[in-house]
Design a protein around this ligand. Sequence first.
Ligand SMILES: [Zn+2]
Length: 371
Amino acid sequence: MTIDARGVATPTMAAATDAGTAEAATAVAGATTPEAAESSPTLLAGVDVGGSKIAILLADPALRAVARHVVPTGSGDGVDGVRRIVAALDATLEQVGVTRRDVAAMGIGVPGRVDPEAGTVTLAVNLGWHALPLRDELEAVLGIPVGVENDVRAAAAGLHARGEAGGVDNLAYLAIGTGISAGVVLDGRLFRGPRGLAGEIGHVVLEPNGPACRCGLDGCLEALASGRAIAEAAALRIEQGPGSTIEEPVTARSVYRAAAAGDAVAGRLVERTGRYVARAIHALVMTYDVPRVVLGGGVTRAGTVFLDPVTRGLDELRAASALAREALPVDLVELLPPDADAGAWGGVILARDVATRPARPSPRGVPDGRR
Ligand SMILES: [Zn+2]
């Protein structure tokens, strides 16, 4: 049996590998059996909440994928979000003929600021979730222990726990999507900082006179190299001078597609983005001394068209500085494959941590919630 980048057993999971693009649920034969899970809950549910979709990954204790299900995130509030996560979990369980009683724990990665101790989502701007007691709400409905973490931090911890990224104990996971953020693992432990700000490199200023960032500052990395920033910069250039083949609506994806096809406007943008990402990687290494930086997120799915300018940017830094040459070894950067599912696997690892943690007293009599 071979295991692909998501840790999914093949060929039985082959039909589910495109699940990220459409609502889909697929059971994996042979990974576990409902009968085996009947006596005590063993399954781990990882949830990756994105701006447009919620992915649920069900894994067995050996971290083999059992089922995967994707539903739209919707545009509702936190209460609606809880309802959708519950419905998505139930649909996933149904696919493999098990119930909530078979689930040991659930781990959720949320794109925004979270308080992992309190299990709350402080603020997830893109989701419209504010001061949401996500853990308590879900535990009350599901009767399953739940853990909540920032999505990128969860993904970083998951990559480390699963021995991805070369099995190193110090790494940074740099996620470049609509926004930019990093998760940092130091000496085998996720490093959050006392306020959960560690790794928020998206709001480090690279160009003091650059475009306005949502955080209030100008020229943050996120305002220069995120998917949103790439699309906005491209739209501005098309407006100023036509002659580009970038398809409308202009998105980071269409910019990278045009760059791959030789479009000059897109090509310059992609090169510029690569230089900014290279500087961010350099900053992560100089700050945390990580020997491995894993790149993931929507923008990186362009593959080599995305990575080559980053590599050129790193080469320029190496050429200019002996210190940078030492700090940035050739095996430093790793690009996640498009089907890596790092967010959902991060949720699975969080679920495993929650399942093995000493029980937290629950005022709501959680065990009775099991169906
Ligand atoms: Zn900012």
